[in-house]
Structures are given as C-alpha cells and as structure tokens.
Design a protein around this ligand. Structure first.
Ligand code: CA
Length: 525
C-alpha cells in the first residue's frame, strides 16, 4: 500500500471518527528542553500535498504545501456551518520531521481569533499546531453586525467558541492523516482572548484538550468588556477628564502607600486587594503645572472601585491599585496642549459597545449617560453571557476527561482586572467540591506587579515554565506546587526571582535573606 492510498484510507476513517471526536488541541510556547517524543522515529505517512484529499464534514482544504523555511507542512482549510455561509479559516502546521506526538492549539487577542504566524513556535518544538481566524479577518469587532446592521449570530458564535473548536477538530484530523497516528496529547496555550478561548474549550468542548494554559484570560467577557468603558462614563458624567499625568500620579502614590504592606519595599503591591489608598490624599498637590482636585480624586476612586449602578449596586470590578489607568481612562487634547481633554476609550471596549451593544457603527459613545450605561450593561449580560461570557464554573466534564488547567494573571493588569479571574476561580472551587478538589485539576497563579503583557516592576512569570509545568501535570501527574517568576535587567541578567504559589497561597518574605532571591520566600495562605 503506497502512502497516498494509506492517506486516502485514513481520510475515510477520519471522516467517520472526526464526527465523534470532540477534538481540540492547542498551544504551547517554546520549551527550553525538547519534549520527549511520544512516537520516536515517526515519519509522515503521506505527502503534504495529499492532505488536500482528506474529507472532513463541512470543510474545504484549500491548500497543503511544504513551508520549507519553517520546516512544516502548512494546511489552510475553511469550515462552514450550513445553512449559514460563514467561513472559519483554519491554519494547521505539521512538522516535517521530529513530530513530538502532541497537538497545540493557539489563540488570539481582542477580537482577533488567531494568526497563522502563531504556528511557528509550537511547530519548531515538534507540535502539530493550529490557529484560526474564528470566522472573520482582522481584529475589529465589526463582524458582529451583518450587512443589514443586525447581529450576525453565526459570526458571533464562531468568534466566541466555535472557531477554536473547529480548528481543533481539523488540526487533530490532519495530524492523524499526516502521520498515521492521532496526537497522544493536546494542549491549548493562550493569553487574553487566547486565555478566554482556552477556558471556553474546557467549559464547552471538554474533550478537545488534555491541558490548557490560560494567561490573563478575557473571561467574564460580557461584564468586564462592558465595564472597561466605566472610567469614560465617570469622566463624562462629571465632565472632568483626568490627565494621564494625574492618573500616573495616583498610581504612583498608591504604590508608595501600600508597597511595604507585604514587608518588601520593591515598588510592587503584592496584594492590591488590601490596599485602600484614597486619592483624596493628593488633592491640592501639583502635577506638572496642574493641581490635583477633589473631582479628580473622585474619578480615580470610582475607577478603582469599578462600575456601580446609580443606586450603588455592584456591577463589576475596577482596576486594581498599581495598574496603569490610562488605557481605560484615556484622553486626548487633539494635539493642542491648552485645549480641554476629550475621552479616548479603550478600543476593544468601544468596538464591543458599537457592534454588540448599541449595534450601530455610528453610535457616539460620548452621548452615554449613567442610565444608558446601566441599560446596555444589562443587555450585555442578557444577550451575550451564554455565548461569550466564558464564566461557566462547571468543569465536571473537563475534569472527568482528565483535563488540567493552569490560569495565571498579573495583579497590575490594566486591561483585564485580575479580580475577574479570582471571582471565576472561586466559583469553580465552590462548584467543583472545594479548594482541594479543584486544585487536583485547575490552579490559579496570581503575579504581583505585572501588567497585561506581564511587564512591570514585579517579577515576570516564565512562560516556558508554565507550559512545561502543564505538560508534566498532564503526562506525569505532577501538579505545579510552585512556579517561578523572574526579573531581568536590560542586558537580560536575572536580577530578582520570586516563587508563585497556587491561589489562595501567596509568596511571603521570610524576614531574612535577600528580598531578590526566591528562596527567601515561602508560601502563606
Ligand atoms: Ca512590596
């Protein structure tokens, strides 16, 4: 039997299998040490080009060709969902040599579903890998409206959860067709929207992945994305747009006030939830040529507090003290220094409000009142929680499948407050039998003093460490009890290390030894 025949036979088997396979695999970034190959010596069972013959339901394989500069067979496929005419584009990369026996799914950011360049890293490490545009090109949210200006529910669903699942199904099928073996393990690694996509897989397609790394996940989407417009609503309603310099002054003052609460003065608030710094302390102080006013203090207090209804009820979490306030509370003076400041909302928030909530590309956000904010907030919860909320705490099926998930989140995240991840994790603990039972398959690590990109005064988690820890957990049963964060100087030299412990534990300085050495910290609860 020649390779082509084998490939065709496999494709027929796969067509049957795939329908039953809730497949999904995804991601990992570079591991420092090569992973153990699960099928040593395995070579492709058919040519790359022959993968175009593979038959999969509602899927057209557009191209399959060797990408020699990246040493992969690169496949592009389109998945559709009749009777709609949507087009979910899927990119799959298959290593030409040294496939490690695993599949990795990769995710996107903002409204971007994913990008084909994300295949390179995992393929270099021997994974077969997948990426998808989740049904629309680019990073705008405008796909949520159809040509008639109505909600395009198929496009919304493809982006919210179906695209990643289809990528996973196609990726596993192509992997099996190419090598003659299904991936033994599948991983998904993503951050921000990618982190949300990973947790969505665990919630909705629990058999797709064996392990998921979810960094600073954009979960609670229907709440936190709406909430990210709150600082602009506060400034609009008080007609007091606060300058970037004043926002930065308040953040610096909060850090100065609460830094030492964790016994280490290092420019980092280890526990921002215990920091109650009140910006009233700044009233009357000079910020450049400007003076900090009581109205400025009130705006900043409300940004830290987070959105509340007009009668004071909790809507969502605010930014933590220590996080950069400017991305949410952005302003511009149109280039003229003396002109009054105007609000400049966070772009993803604005697009969500335009295309999902107002459903009008020409909607003028600056007409928004507190009442309007509440009304569309409620609409967001009512219409989008099930489709894109990604806050389902029932991970029973994922746990029972043997899945493991590591979530990590910077405590100075300026785009997605870490409080949302803690809220979700606590609800998972309640739903899944308590903290100990949950820690058997799902762990949350909070990282002090780093932002959405894991930069900042705090020590940065080593991404490869998280991915390797996940693989060890899945394949060897060794749960991650401690992970490492490190800070490097401009030359790349490590200047500080800190351990990270699974929530609710945190790293506490022993009181002696170097505050820059991880070994001088231990876990506390
Ligand atoms: Ca500190």
């Amino acid at each position: 039997m020649n390779a082509n025949t084998r490939c065709r036979r496999l494709s027929i088997r796969l067509a049957i299998l795939v329908a039953a396979l809730a497949a999904g695999l995804s991601l990992l970034r570079a591991a420092e040490t090569p992973l153990k190959p699960l099928y040593p010596g395995i070579t492709p069972a058919c040519s790359c080009e022959n993968l175009t013959n593979l038959s999969l339901p509602n899927t057209t394989i557009e191209s399959a060709a060797v990408d020699s500069s990246n040493r992969m067979c690169r496949v592009t496929a389109i998945v559709t969902h009749p009777p709609t005419s949507d087009r979910v584009k899927v990119w799959i990369g298959l290593p030409l040599t040294n496939w490690n026996g695993r599949f990795q799914g990769t995710g996107g950011g903002g409204f971007l579903g994913g990008h084909p360049n994300s295949l390179r890293g995992p393929v270099r490490q021997g994974f077969s890998a997948g990426a998808t545009d989740t049904g629309h090109e680019g990073g705008s949210g405008k796909f949520a409206l159809d040509a008639n200006g109505r909600q395009d529910w198929q496009a919304i669903i493809d982006n919210a959860y179906l695209g990643i699942h289809e990528m996973t199904v196609v990726g596993k099928a192509l992997t099996q067709a190419f090598y003659g073996k299904a991936p033994r393990y599948s991983y998904f690694v993503g951050g921000s929207t990618g982190g949300r996509q990973g947790l969505m897989e665990a919630q909705r397609f629990p058999d797709d992945y064996d392990g998921i790394v979810s960094a600073c996940p954009a979960i609670n989407w229907h709440r936190f994305v709406s909430a990210s417009l709150w600082p602009q609503v506060v400034m609009l309603s008080t007609t007091n747009f606060v300058s970037k310099a004043k926002l930065a002054a308040a953040t610096a003052a909060a850090i100065a006030a609460c830094d030492a609460d964790d016994a280490v003065k290092d420019g980092v608030i280890d526990d921002p939830f215990r920091c109650a710094y009140d910006p009233k302390a700044l009233v009357g102080t000079k910020v450049g040529d400007d003076t900090f006013t009581a109205a400025d203090a009130e705006v900043i207090r409300k940004i830290w507090q987070g959105p509340r209804t007009r009668d004071g009820r909790f809507m969502w979490y605010g930014l933590e003290r220590g996080a950069d306030l400017f991305p949410y509370a952005g302003t511009t003076n149109s280039g003229i220094v003396s002109s009054p400041l105007k609000g400049k909302p966070f772009s993803i928030a604005l697009e969500y409000w335009l295309y999902y909530l107002a459903q009008d590309a020409k909607w003028d956000w600056s007409t928004l009142t507190c009442a309007g904010f509440e009304r569309l907030w409620t609409k967001s919860v009512e219409q989008y929680s099930a489709v894109i909320g990604t806050d389902d705490s029932d991970l029973t099926r994922f746990r029972d499948h043997g899945g493991k998930v590591i979530i990590y989140h910077g405590l100075a995240d300026e785009l997605i407050p870490a409080a949302g991840s803690i809220d979700y994790y606590k609800r998972v603990q309640q739903r899944m039998g308590g903290g100990k039972a949950t820690a058997k398959f799902a762990r949350l690590f909070l990282v002090p003093g780093v932002n959405h990109g894991f930069n900042g005064p705090g020590a940065r988690p080593t991404g490869t460490g998280f991915n390797e820890a996940l693989i060890r957990w899945v394949e060897e049963g060794k749960a991650p009890d401690k992970l490492l964060a490190e800070k490097r100087d401009a030359s790349g030299k490590v200047t500080r290390t800190r351990p990270l412990f699974p929530y609710p534990q945190f790293a506490k300085y022993k009181g002696s030894g170097s505050t820059d050495e991880g070994k001088d910290f231990r876990s506390k609860e």
